[in-house]
Ligand binder design. Structure first.
Ligand code: UD1
Length: 420
């Protein structure tokens, strides 16, 4: 198993190029199931989750050609409709194949994803919406068995809660359904927006893209001629490196970013004292000498993302004063707190709220990554912790960060990947 050894640095400097967004790539790869052509996706990040989904498609019979940062996916050869446990257990987002396979073949089996480090994460809203579209769904021996022999029917769906992959799943199902589907309380994340835009450019009528109400006219079962496209930049990766600049008080420039996707993150960093030079596709952070405390509540886009909560918590340990960070989306997303406490952080957890008393001097030690974003919070802490920090179980990190240690090394961090 790999681990990272990191040492504190005086300052970082230079430029980091941001990769394509993992969370945009996943639904867009699943979307290729709806294609009648072979689809070219570029700007894909090199992360484990993408390889997992491409492997799942290959197992189902698709032909996948992955070259550097672009992939060509041909699903016309797809013949299997069962997503088995061995893959789904490693990545919950495998559930994204349910909507498109069911819409195309009229039946689909997907292993139930099971538990998750950051909370229960049910998929009831995906299933309820597909049932409203006429699917018959049974849970048998750990599998979701879905059938819609006459195809899915457009209908009105009102999500009880905003769900990102739930919205993506139903958008894909609706694209091939008979008639019109209205999704109310849809997720507005940029990753969902790109999925809708690509389908729209490929001939599917979708109204309300980027709003909470999507109206999708289905193709009545006809496969779609999907256009080639480039994945949007990863706003969470970008946010993480902005936090690296803020915590080490270093000027760093990010390239290949979409600044407008980072509004909530930039606003909080500004409150903490940083300023920015923003161009069309680049951001330079000008950090302040003292970091101010902050109040953060995680919510759905366009509010502050839960996927940046752990990184800001690490940053708050270096703020002069008391920061309050409230997690509203996932019930157990504070696993990084105990690891940061082991490094010397003063954090009090009360239910969904973490109170961070700064500033504390952190010390390097052995810590364990518990989930994807928790891992990067530990890396950020390690950059300013006295001495050496060994971050174990970085397979979590590898799921979603493209070459993190190489990108940080490139701006002067002392960090290396070693074997246990
Ligand atoms: C996606 C992102 C993840 C991010 C999360 C919230 C991907 C691959 N992952 O996850 O990085 O942290 O959005 O921004 O894009 N819920 C239900 N029932 C459901 C579905 C969701 O109760 O059927 C609840 C969840 O438990 C959670 C909330 O809704 O409390 C939001 O979850 P959701 O938006 O579905 O998260 P994911 O799509 O899994």
């Amino acid at each position: 198993m790999d681990y990272l050894k990191a040492q504190s640095v005086n300052a970082l400097h230079g430029t980091i190029n941001i990769s394509g967004a993992k969370n945009a790539s996943l639904p867009l790869i699943a979307m290729t199931i709806l294609a009648k052509n072979s689809v070219h996706l570029s700007n894909l990040p090199h992360v484990a989750d993408i390889r997992t989904l491409l492997k799942l498609l290959t197992n189902l019979g698709a032909e996948v050609d992955f070259l550097e940062d672009y992939v060509c996916v041909d699903t016309t050869t797809l013949h299997e409709t069962k997503a088995t446990y061995d893959i789904v257990k490693t990545m919950r987002a495998s559930i994204l194949v349910l909507g498109p396979i069911l819409a195309r073949f009229g039946h689909c089996e997907v292993s139930l994803p099971g538990g998750c480090a950051i909370g229960q994460r049910p998929i009831d809203l995906h299933l309820k919406a597909l049932e409203q579209m006429g699917a018959e769904i049974e849970i048998k021996a750990g599998y979701i068995e879905a059938r819609a022999p006459k195809g899915l029917q457009g209908c009105n769906i009102i999500f009880d809660k905003i769900t990102v992959t739930g919205t993506a799943n139903i958008v894909m199902a609706a694209a091939l359904a008979h008639g019109e589907t209205t999704i109310t309380n849809a997720a507005r994340e940029p990753e969902v927006v790109q999925l809708c835009e690509v389908l729209h450019e490929s001939g599917i009528e979708i109204e309300g893209i980027g709003t909470a109400v999507l109206v999708i006219k289905g193709s009545a079962g006809k496969l779609i001629d999907i256009v080639d496209f480039s994945i949007i930049p990863d706003r969470i990766e970008a946010g993480t490196y902005l936090c690296a600049g803020a915590i080490t008080k270093s000027e760093i420039t990010l390239t290949n970013v979409e600044p407008k996707h980072l509004d909530a993150v930039l606003a909080k960093l500004e409150e903490m004292g940083s300023s920015f030079t923003i161009n069309e596709t680049s951001i330079t952070i000008h950090p302040s000498d003292t970091i101010k405390p902050v109040k953060i509540i995680t919510q759905e886009y366009p509010a502050f993302p839960t996927d940046m909560q752990a990184q800001f918590l690490a940053l708050a340990t270096q703020a002069d004063g008391v920061s309050i960070i409230e997690e509203r989306l996932f019930e157990n997303r504070f696993m990084h707190v105990s690891e940061l406490q082991r490094m010397g952080a003063d954090i009090v957890l009360n239910g969904h709220t973490a109170t961070v008393n700064g500033k504390t001097d952190l010390s390097g030690t052995d810590v364990m990554a518990t989930d994807l974003r928790a891992s990067s919070a530990l890396v950020l802490a390690a950059l300013v912790a006295e001495g050496e920090t060994n971050i174990h179980r970085i397979y979590h990190l590898d799921r979603g960060y493209d070459a993190l240690e190489k990108k940080l090394e490139g701006v002067g961090a002392k960090i290396e990947r070693l074997k246990e």
